[in-house]
Design a protein around this ligand. Structure first.
Ligand code: AMP
Ligand code: ZN
Length: 471
């Protein structure tokens, strides 16, 4: 079945076709973090949705070329660096590092590139784009020395957000003491330096200043992926004005449709409100890991609801639903692995119900439907195992299927490195058993258990697994 996604631009479910005439490569741009703090798990929901999208595209045979920006200069990062009395780069560096650690903890695949707004090449590109916009009459420098995009010059402005922007259309020049823009909706492309910016600033044809947030993404997307890209994502709060502005700036220069498919994920909610730093109702991933949850559990909790629906977050849901669902997957995999050992061959073809998992994901990333199919198969194959009615070859086939769907889910059990002490005791135990010193072997098994590991003797030798953590 072809992939279908809901396009924010048309509000329609559309069959996906890449721009690449060979049909192989998909260009994906995803708005990244503003690195003035640790990401909260609402931000991380957006990144997990984008990860699911990338993995599903790859599982469907596409090569994904992906760029994600790091917003490392804006009001918040500048304020943070002033308050901490350090240079901007010094202030943002630990948050950039923490962002990548969070990605790894949540098993989010890396983009090919993470350009930062302060990279010299990116600043140069932004200045170049702004100059082109000014030259074509799409932008102007106001009395405050900042440069603004003239939304009246771009008739499609408002199309993505489906907003009635009549009130933003010019009805003569808007002026007041503190207002120098031609139109209330005109947004900053270049912000003139002021005292609060301290040492932060770059020289430009319009004087010292810094780029606006919107031009950052237009410059990075077109600079690294080209004038036209397949898919652009973010959270729904990015639709307006950020993505609307990106379209206006980019298309005013290129004259071509910038993005074919816009996808936005609904918010992570807490008690009916958007999780956000400004409301103070947020958890960082670190907060949650400190409560004893794993990255895998958080991944599951953020993944399991369809991206287009708001997801209400509770710690209780994480402790019950996510933990319990993963435990069921783990037990099922352990049983299948045991059972498949005696299989001589795997049955080759996937079952119809297995294909339903993939079909659900093809249908606008319907992950809750796909997980429903997975748990149905788990229930049925567990029942068949209980009844002694599951052929070992079938168990092997289910494991092969799991490996395939897990390339999209990334929910495999945590692998924990064997501690050296346990490794040494295992070696001593192997030697004891080889010499038929069974009592020593048993004592060593107890010593290993005291370190939190169990040993099983299999035909391939000893197998140590970590005892389930309490809680
Ligand atoms: P920011 O660091 O604020 O620029 O946001 C980074 C990404 O997280 C953007 O794609 C936002 O749309 C997204 N985002 C922010 N808050 C939430 C939330 N509560 N739920 C889902 N996504 C969010
Ligand atoms: Zn962006």
């Amino acid at each position: 079945m072809p992939l279908r996604f809901t396009n924010t631009l048309t509000r329609q479910l559309e069959e996906f076709r890449p721009l690449d005439p060979t049909g192989k490569t998909v260009k994906l741009y995803t708005c990244g973090p503003t690195v003035y703090n640790y990401a909260h798990i609402g931000n991380l929901r957006a990144y997990i949705f984008e990860d699911l999208l990338q993995r599903q595209l790859e599982a469907s045979g596409y090569a994904v070329e992906r760029v994600m920006n790091l917003t490392d200069v804006d009001d918040k990062t500048i304020r943070g660096s002033r308050e901490a009395h350090v240079a901007l780069g010094e202030f943002t560096a630990p948050f950039k590092k923490a962002f990548f650690e969070d990605l790894d903890t949540l098993r989010i695949r890396r983009a090919q590139s993470y350009p930062a707004a302060t990279d010299a090449a990116q600043i140069a590109r932004m200045i170049d784009m702004i100059a082109q916009l000014v030259a074509r009459g799409h932008a102007y420098q106001a009395e405050d020395k900042s440069v603004y995009f003239r939304i009246a010059s771009f008739p499609n402005y408002g199309r993505l957000a489906h907003l009635n922007l009549d009130e933003l259309r010019p009805s003569g020049r808007v002026r007041s003491d503190d207002y120098e823009k031609e139109n209330i909706g005109d947004f900053a492309l270049w912000k003139a330096w002021d005292e609060a910016d301290g040492a932060v600033g770059w020289d430009s044809p319009w004087g010292r200043g810094r780029p606006g947030w919107h031009i950052e993404c237009s410059a990075m997307a077109t600079g690294l992926l080209g004038e036209q890209i397949d898919i652009h994502c973010g959270g729904v709060d990015n639709i307006f004005p950020h993505h609307e502005a990106e379209i206006a700036q980019t298309e005013a220069i290129t004259g071509k449709p910038f993005v074919r498919l816009w996808m936005h994920c609904a918010h992570l909610m807490v008690d009916g409100q958007k999780m956000s730093k400004s409301l103070g109702n947020f958890y960082t991933l670190r907060d949650i890991l400190a409560k004893g949850f794993t990255g895998r559990e958080v991944r599951y909790a953020l993944l399991r609801v369809n991206y287009s629906l708001p997801l209400n977050f509770t710690l209780e849901g994480l402790a019950t639903d996510a933990r319990e669902s993963l435990r069921r997957i783990d037990e099922w995999l352990a049983r299948l692995n045991d059972h498949a050992r005696t299989a001589t061959a795997s049955e080759p073809h996937p079952l119809a119900e297995q294909r339903r998992f993939e079909e659900a994901l093809d249908d606008d990333l319907n992950i809750s439907g796909a997980l429903g199919e997975l748990f149905k198969i788990i229930r049925e194959s567990n029942a068949a195992l209980d009844a002694g009615a599951l052929a070992p070859a079938h168990a092997r086939r289910l494991l092969a299927w799991w490996a395939r769907i897990n390339a999209v889910l990334a929910l495999e059990p945590e692998t924990v490195a064997l501690p050296t002490e346990v490794q040494q005791l295992l070696e001593q135990r192997a030697a004891a058993r080889a010499a038929k010193r069974w009592a020593d072997g048993d004592a060593l098994r107890d010593a290993i258990a005291a370190l939190g590991w169990t040993v099983k003797d299999t035909k391939d030798g000893q197998k140590a697994t970590r005892l389930a953590a309490a809680g």
